[in-house]
Design a protein around this ligand. Structure first.
Ligand code: NAD
Ligand code: AHE
Ligand code: ZN
Length: 369
């Protein structure tokens, strides 16, 4: 079938709107019509050329929601008409990782996903007979996309897809990092570095967890208003200080925070986030994605004296079993999504959505097909 798509042909260049060919689902696969998608900083990161797994030409996009159109042989858990959220972190329930009970990092399709192909090693996308790479196992920047069955969470049909698409990454990642990775306790002091969708979702999660003090840190002060609406209690712009920002936060918090979250992808800020943690127990969670070749550094003494460095992917959330519950919690008012959507536009304006993100003017732009 034909599908409207935005193609990444080359690093650093805008996406190109094309009509591509999408092949039907093979065994264990599902064809989905995406209703709405949004742009996460990770799409911009891959398009920039900094992603060691970045492949071109490709169909990017990983934050979306849609409706199942057709299922391939052997697919039993989904049928046409089901509403779904694509998962870049699959959940097969059977691999060593899924059975461990210790991680959400399912290994069923991850290797082929990182190579831009379906689990059988081939692509379902082509343009003028030439194959295009898939991306993160999701490729939501094509109206029709094909995913493995294990990469789809079936969700309520009553939920608006132009809102719950944000549960495909940003909102879930931030809340999950607080609840599953850090396990923030009531009364905690929390520092959040970077106030895009991820940082704001961390703030939302910290407030849900009963954190007493939530310090919102960003070099763009325009981000503070929304951070306050999500529950931040303190606002810090590193540009306002001469001292290293970790020292500023340690002084502000009587020795450091209980938990910090890096939501930018900057390895220098990752160090700051670790070093602003309280001696003896402070834990820092890396959520931001750093470019190829970049490494983190700190004095080992920081860890010897009890600080802990962690990382979180998709907030530690197991998509197929847990995401339907996130959708229900949005529907009953426990999780806020609407406030993240600063812009809303037709899919054809997708490059504008990237521009707004780079300019720091948007949190999330939802694109409608
Ligand atoms: P975003 O661009 O919307 O937000 C980043 C924010 O960081 C901006 O507000 C920016 O002003 C701020 N910032 C930049 N440099 C800063 C600095 N030196 N000090 C303080 N603030 C600074 O991005 P986003 O969509 O919220 O994504 C954030 C990061 O999280 C990206 O690296 C993205 O790739 C990553 N991410 C990771 C996961 C995961 O599962 N681990 C999921 C989604 C996104
Ligand atoms: N391809 C990059 C890694 C990118 C990365 O860390 N991705 C996050 C999700 S970002 C969503 O916006 C993630 O889930 N990582 C775990 C995984 O299995 O990819 C690289 O450096 O190679
Ligand atoms: Zn993302």
């Amino acid at each position: 079938m034909k599908s409207r798509a935005a193609l990444a042909f080359e690093a650093g260049k805008p996406l190109a709107l094309e009509e591509i060919d999408v092949e039907g689902p093979r065994q264990g696969e599902v064809l989905v019509q995406i209703a709405a998608t949004s742009v996460c900083h990770t799409d911009a990161y891959t398009l920039s050329g900094a992603d060691p797994e970045g492949l071109f030409p490709s169909v990017l996009g990983h934050e979306g929601a849609g409706v199942v159109q057709e299922v391939g042989e052997g697919v039993t858990s989904l049928r046409p008409g089901d509403h779904v959220i694509p998962l870049y972190t699959a959940e097969c329930g059977e691999c060593k990782m899924c059975r461990s009970g210790k991680t959400n990092l399912c290994s069923a399709v991850r290797a082929t996903q990182g190579k831009g192909v379906m689990p059988d090693g081939t692509s379902r996308f082509s343009l003028n007979g030439k194959p295009l790479h898939h991306y993160m196992g999701t490729s939501t920047f094509s109206e029709y996309t094909v995913l493995p069955e294990v990469s789809l969470a079936k969700v309520s049909e009553n939920a608006p897809m132009d809102k719950i698409c944000l549960l495909g990454c940003g909102v879930t990642t931030g809340i999950g990092a607080v609840m599953n990775t850090a396990k923030v306790e009531a009364g905690s002091t929390v520092a959040v570095f970077g106030l895009g969708a991820i940082g704001l979702a961390v703030i939302q999660g910290a407030q849900m967890a009963g954190a007493e003090r939530i310090i919102a840190i960003d070099v763009n002060p325009d981000k503070f208003t929304l951070a306050g609406q999500f529950g931040a209690t303190d606002f810090v712009n590193p540009k306002d200080y001469d001292d290293p920002i970790q020292q500023v936060i340690v002084e502000l918090t009587d020795g450091g925070v209980d938990y910090s979250f890096e939501c930018i992808g900057n390895v220098n800020v990752m160090r700051q986030a670790l070093e602003c943690c309280h001696k003896g127990w402070g834990e820092s969670v890396i959520i931001g994605v750093a470019g190829a070749g970049e490494e983190i550094a700190t004095r080992p003494f920081q860890l010897v004296t009890g600080r802990v460095w962690r990382g979180s992917a998709f907030g530690g959330v197991k998509g197929r079993s847990e995401l339907p519950g996130y959708v229900d919690r949005y529907m009953n008012g426990e999780i806020r999504i609407d406030e993240f959507i600063t812009h809303d536009m037709p899919f054809e304006q997708i490059n504008e959505a990237f521009d707004l993100l780079h300019a720091g003017e948007s949190i999330r732009t939802v694109l409608h097909y």
